[in-house]
Design a binder for this molecule. Sequence first.
Ligand SMILES: [Zn+2]
Length: 60
Amino acid sequence: MMKTEQTCAKCGSEFRCGNLANDTMCWCMDLPSIPPEALSQFQGCLCPNCLKLIAQELKL
Ligand SMILES: [Zn+2]
């Protein structure tokens, strides 16, 4: 079985990755696309909350 729960690299909370879980759509498709430079400091994926915060900080 593939592990579909991801641990957020920023806050440590668990979240579901639609890509890994083979969902038709991942929730991340609904978010503004965040430049990779803004995420390069983190090892791995971030949870919805943290991605939204980063998008807000970048005024995306
Ligand atoms: Zn997080």
